[in-house]
Design a protein around this ligand. Structure first.
Ligand SMILES: [Zn+2]
Ligand SMILES: [Zn+2]
Ligand SMILES: [Zn+2]
Ligand SMILES: [Zn+2]
Ligand SMILES: [Zn+2]
Ligand SMILES: [Zn+2]
Ligand SMILES: [Zn+2]
Ligand SMILES: [Zn+2]
Length: 370
């Protein structure tokens, strides 16, 4: 085979993938297509059959017969088509090479990048991970509309796109709707993994919400009046939102289920290959939410699981006294317990209710017990 660059209209007379001649198309280099040879999602130029719907990427077109037969076998196994309730058109199964992040396409169910086996309607740019398609619920009980189940309502490209009542972004793929209340959400928003906490700053339960949910809007914090676009707690019904820092959660607590004091943090160093779990209730937790954490034991717990059962603050003091487990090695009983933050950080400790708000300096910095 010669190494000249392919030119438009160039023909391949005979190939191991397809019985008819193929012609190189001068389609838009941004065009996304499935290579009917290997079953991979590709972008750019393709060889097409003039008689049937068959496309071949140039990589596959350049294979010798033996390799091509092998690829074709794998490709046929991948490319199946199905109808699924999430979309009005037929979906084709194809493969995305793990390294091909060039597509910048995301799965409509989980909003993560596409990789591995996916189902696609190319005309609508509708994509689902195979695993997301299999796990997709036909009826969602959402924390944002607990009174009624939400039902799937596939949207057609070019049609009417409703606004998601939670993140305020347009829904272009499939809406999950309560027809009775005319309330619709993205699938990913409807299924957002959250926790409810009860706090005396508001009459209703508050949901723990992370920043991934605020793509379009950043609600105002009810206490400090600045925009919330990080983690916050919210009551959707009353549009009441409050920062984590403004809700005055204790920074250090002692929970009866764990020996060591736990600190409130959003950065946990852990092996998350098995998913993210709470060590108290042993159910899943959302990794973008703050947790109570013991670094020593990699013990991680939901905020609500911890604050419902904290031991009195004196317990932390007792613990530290017993174990002498303080960063700077001493305890002043008259003042309180030493702050565990590294030097140079701003201490935002609320202990038990007042922030100490001091810059941690070389000198010991104490958190007051009362
Ligand atoms: Zn191919
Ligand atoms: Zn997905
Ligand atoms: Zn479609
Ligand atoms: Zn949404
Ligand atoms: Zn409803
Ligand atoms: Zn409320
Ligand atoms: Zn929990
Ligand atoms: Zn521990």
């Amino acid at each position: 085979m010669c190494n000249r660059l392919p030119f438009f209209g160039q023909e391949i007379q005979k190939n191991a993938f397809h019985p008819h001649p193929l012609t190189l198309n001068d389609n838009d280099p941004e065009t996304i297509f499935v290579c009917n040879g290997c079953g991979e999602l590709c972008r750019g130029l393709s060889y097409n059959c003039n008689l049937c719907l068959f496309s071949l990427e140039s990589k596959c077109a350049a294979l010798n017969d033996d390799l091509a037969k092998h690829e074709a076998l794998k490709g046929r196994e991948i490319q199946t088509t199905i109808y699924h309730f999430s979309h009005n058109h037929q979906l084709t199964r194809c493969k995305i090479n793990r390294l091909q992040t060039e597509f910048h396409l995301s799965c409509m169910a989980c909003r993560q990048y596409l990789y591995g086996l996916v189902y696609a309607c190319l005309g609508c740019e509708f994509f689902l991970h195979e695993s997301c398609l299999k796990d997709m619920l036909m009826e969602v009980e959402s924390p944002f509309h607990p009174q009624h189940p939400l039902l799937p309502f596939p949207l057609v490209s070019g049609g009417y796109y409703p606004e998601c009542r939670f993140c305020r972004d347009r829904i272009v793929d499939i809406a999950f709707i309560c027809f009775e209340c005319r309330f619709g959400l993205h699938y990913s928003c409807a299924n957002y993994q959250t926790r409810r906490i009860k706090h005396n700053c508001h009459g209703h339960h508050l949901l723990h919400l992370g920043k991934s949910i605020f793509v379009k809007t950043s609600p105002k914090c009810a206490r400090c009046r600045t925009d919330c676009n990080d983690t916050l707690f919210g009551c959707i019904k009353c549009k009441f939102y409050i920062h984590l820092e403004c809700i005055s959660l204790p920074y250090i607590v002692k929970h009866m289920r764990h020996l060591h004091p736990l600190t409130l943090t959003n950065s946990v160093v852990e092996d998350n290959s098995g998913g993210h779990y709470c060590d108290i209730c042993e159910t899943e937790r959302n990794p973008e939410h703050e947790v109570y954490y013991c670094k020593e034991c990699t013990y991680v717990a939901h905020v609500d699981c911890v604050i419902s059962e904290v031991e009195p603050p004196e317990k932390i003091f007792e613990y530290l006294k017993k174990r002498r487990l303080t960063k700077r090695g001493r305890i002043d009983e008259r003042i309180g317990i030493p702050c565990l933050l590294p030097i140079g950080e701003l201490c935002m400790t609320f202990f038990p209710t007042q922030p100490c708000d001091a810059l941690v300096t070389e000198a010991d910095h104490f958190v007051y017990l009362s």
